[in-house]
Design a protein around this ligand. Structure first.
Ligand SMILES: NC(=O)c1ccc[n+]([C@@H]2O[C@H](COP(=O)([O-])OP(=O)(O)OC[C@H]3O[C@@H](n4cnc5c(N)ncnc54)[C@H](OP(=O)(O)O)[C@@H]3O)[C@@H](O)[C@H]2O)c1
Ligand SMILES: *[C@@H]1O[C@H](CO)[C@@H](O)[C@H](O)[C@H]1NC(C)=O
Length: 274
């Protein structure tokens, strides 16, 4: 039967994902107080007044594109630059001042200027083994990310935000989690003034391209009781709002790690106040 193999593979992917699930620490950002929630609009306004510059890596991806949309809507930056391997086209008026730097990630040193002069950086780059093979995956999710972070640091970036994954662990036996953990740790060595790492569970979005494993996972999570699903998965828009809410609030000089639950709390913090 056509598709049954894909479905079988998807089922294995979901079961595999579930086996990886361990209880998580809530970490910083979990359970925002009322006072902290109410402070967000003012924090946003203060942030806007600083006329900061931002770059986004991976703005064509599911998370990156929602991040771009949301930070334009919130009008948080004076200058927005996308760094990517291809030029993107936007129809909407809101995007007309967005700058784009098209780079060759295999020769990033030649594009150091693209990374110059941004206060804040977001990295939402990533590929999969299915798309790029094991070697290709490491090349993108580790090497491209590290090189970009290095150039950003040299270029004056003060706050680097990395989209990683739940379960990231440099000692993991799973290539995916190992690469995510190693990348997190090696970016930390660059000593940004502020460094925030986001470790969402399964990202819930409406992806154009077909990824049967993710599709099945989405069906699966939407069938779970809310409290359970919210520990294991998270809507992309919540991740993005958590990134931005985290950014406007006072930071730590230590690496900030936001696990899935903290992302849920921070990303949904002031929806009712908006
Ligand atoms: N999906 C999940 O459930 C999940 C869960 C936890 C963490 N994550 C992590 O979250 C991150 C973002 O995920 P996503 O689903 O938003 O990503 P996505 O939709 O697959 O987008 C990936 C981005 O990376 C770029 N990219 C991929 N391969 C590239 C290459 N060889 N050279 C240059 N750019 C390349 C893509 O650019 P093009 O448009 O040009 O291809 C795109 O902008 C990934 O690191 C992923 O591992 C995902
Ligand atoms: C930010 O830009 C506005 C308008 O261009 C200007 O009035 C203000 O002084 C700037 N603020 C800083 C901190 O540079």
């Amino acid at each position: 039967m056509p598709g049954s193999r894909a479905l079988g593979a998807a089922a294995i992917a979901v079961v595999g994902a579930l086996l990886l699930l361990r209880p998580e620490d809530a970490g910083p950002g979990a359970g925002l107080s009322m006072a902290e929630t109410q402070a967000l609009p003012k924090l946003r306004e203060d942030f806007r007044m600083q006329n900061k510059s931002v770059f986004i890596l991976g703005a064509s991806g599911e998370t990156g594109k929602v991040l771009l949309k949301e930070l334009l809507e919130q009008n948080l930056f004076s200058r927005v630059t996308l760094i990517g391997r291809r030029k993107l086209t936007f129809e909407e008026e809101a995007y007309k001042n967005v700058n784009q730097e098209v780079v060759d990630f295999e020769k990033l040193d030649d594009y150091a200027s693209a990374f110059q002069g941004h206060d804040v950086g977001f990295c939402c780059l990533g590929t999969t083994r299915a798309k790029a093979g094991a070697e290709g995956f490491v090349r993108v999710d580790r090497d491209y990310v590290l090189k970009s972070a290095e150039l950003a640091k040299t270029g004056g970036c003060k706050h680097f935000n990395l989209l990683s994954s739940r379960g990231a662990d440099r000692a993991s036996k799973f290539l995916y989690l190992q690469v995510k953990g190693e990348t997190e740790a090696r970016v930390e060595e660059l000593k940004f003034d502020r460094y925030s790492v986001f470790r969402p569970g399964v990202l819930l979005c409406d992806r154009q391209e077909s990824r049967p494993g993710e599709w099945l996972a989405r069906k699966f999570f939407s069938s779970l009781p809310n409290s359970w699903a919210s520990g294991l998965s998270v809507p992309v828009v919540t991740v993005v709002r958590a990134m931005l809410n985290n950014m406007v609030r006072p930071g730590s000089t230590e690496m900030e790690v936001l696990e899935n639950k903290a992302i849920q709390a921070l990303g949904k913090a002031d929806i009712s106040l908006k």
